[in-house]
Design a protein around this ligand. Structure first.
Ligand SMILES: NC(=O)c1ccc[n+]([C@@H]2O[C@H](COP(=O)([O-])OP(=O)(O)OC[C@H]3O[C@@H](n4cnc5c(N)ncnc54)[C@H](OP(=O)(O)O)[C@@H]3O)[C@@H](O)[C@H]2O)c1
Length: 261
C-alpha cells in the first residue's frame, strides 16, 4: 500500500484527511512538533518528526502549506525526494512549471485544487499532472480525491478560474447564506432557524440545477410569476448589482491567484 503524507496539516489537509475513509497509510508533518502530534491523534493518522522524515517515508507527498511556504518546504525535503515519489501540490497559484523549477529534474508532480467540502466528501476538485507522473500513480491520486468528492481534469490555464469558482467560492456562498439569514432575523426569525432555511434552500436549489439540467436563469424565471413577489426581489437584487458584485468577487480572486505564481 502506498504511503501518503501531508506536509502542513491545516484547514485544507484536515478536511481531506477527515473525508478519507482509510487512514491507515496516512502521515502528517508540521513546523510545530507538539501541535502536529496533537493533530495526528485527533485525525487518527501517523505523525512524522519532520518534513524530511515524512518525505522519506511516503510515496505520495501532498504539499498542503500556504503557497509562500512551498519553496521552503521543498528545499527542506529535497534530499529525501526521488523520482519514485510523487509530489501533489494543492497550493493556490503555483503552476506545474514553478513547482518543477523548485525541484530536481524529472520530479513527478500533480497539481490538485480541492475545496473545504472535502470534509463532507463533496469537494469539487481539479487535477493536472506533468509528464513524469505514471498512469498508475495518476489513477491512484485521482481515486484518492474521488473519495472526497468529484474531480475534474482541466487544462492548467483554467486552474485560476477553477480555484475562484470552487476553492474560494464556498466563502462567498457562506456569506450569501448568512445575508439571507440576517434578513430573516430582521423579520423576526431566530438566527438558527433562518440560517437553516437559507442553507437548506440553497442546497436544494443547487441540486435542482444539477439534476434538472435546466439553465439557472430558466429556473429563476420559473419561480418568478408575472406581477408576483419573487420578481420584486429579483429586480431589487439587480438594482444592487448582484451579478456584477459576484463577477467582481471571482475576478478579484483570479487576479490574486495569478499574482502568486
Ligand atoms: N482553505 C481552503 O479552502 C483551500 C482551498 C484550496 C486550496 N487551498 C490551499 O491549501 C493550502 C493550505 O491552505 P490552508 O487553508 O489549509 O492553510 P492553513 O490552515 O494555514 O494550513 C497550513 C498549515 O501548514 C503548516 N505549516 C506552516 N509552515 C510549515 C512548514 N514549514 N512545514 C510544515 N508545515 C507548515 C501550518 O502550521 P502552523 O499552523 O503551525 O503555522 C498549517 O498547519 C494552501 O496552499 C492553499 O492555497 C486551500
Amino acid at each position: 500500500m502506498k504511503k501518503i503524507g501531508f506536509i502542513g496539516a491545516g484547514k485544507m489537509a484536515q478536511a481531506i484527511i477527515f473525508g478519507l475513509s482509510d487512514k491507515s497509510a496516512l502521515m502528517i508533518s508540521g513546523r510545530n512538533q507538539q501541535k502536529n502530534q496533537e493533530t495526528a491523534l485527533k485525525l487518527g493518522v501517523a505523525a512524522a518528526a519532520s518534513n524530511s522524515e515524512l518525505a522519506q517515508a511516503c510515496d505520495l507527498i501532498v504539499l498542503s502549506v500556504k503557497p509562500q511556504t512551498v519553496s521552503l518546504v521543498l528545499s527542506e525535503i529535497s534530499a529525501s525526494l526521488t523520482t519514485e515519489k510523487t509530489l501533489i501540490s494543492i497550493a493556490a497559484g503555483l503552476d506545474l512549471q514553478s513547482l518543477s523549477d523548485m525541484t530536481a529534474p524529472n520530479q513527478p508532480i500533480v497539481r490538485v485544487m480541492p475545496n473545504v467540502n472535502a470534509a463532507i466528501q463533496q469537494s469539487t476538485s481539479a487535477i493536472v499532472r506533468n509528464e513524469q507522473v505514471s498512469d498508475s500513480n495518476y489513477q491512484l491520486i485521482k481515486s484518492l480525491f474521488e473519495q472526497v468528492g468529484s474531480i475534474h481534469e482541466i487544462a492548467e490555464k483554467d486552474f485560476s478560474c477553477f480555484s475562484a469558482l470552487s476553492g474560494s467560492s464556498p466563502a462567498f456562498i457562506y456569506m450569501f447564506i448568512d445575508a439571507m439569514a440576517r434578513a430573516g432575523v430582521r423579520y423576526g426569525l431566530s438566527k438558527e432557524l433562518a440560517t437553516r432555511i437559507s442553507a437548506e434552500t440553497l442546497a436544494a436549489s443547487a441540486q435542482n440545477v444539477l439534476k434538472s439540467g435546466e439553465h439557472p436563469q430558466a429556473l429563476a424565471d420559473s419561480v418568478a410569476s408575472p406581477a408576483g413577489t419573487t420578481i420584486e426581489g429579483i429586480v431589487a437584487l439587480e438594482n444592487h448589482n448582484f451579478n456584477a458584485a459576484v463577477i467582481s468577487a471571482i475576478e478579484a480572486t483570479i487576479k490574486k491567484e495569478e499574482s502568486l505564481s
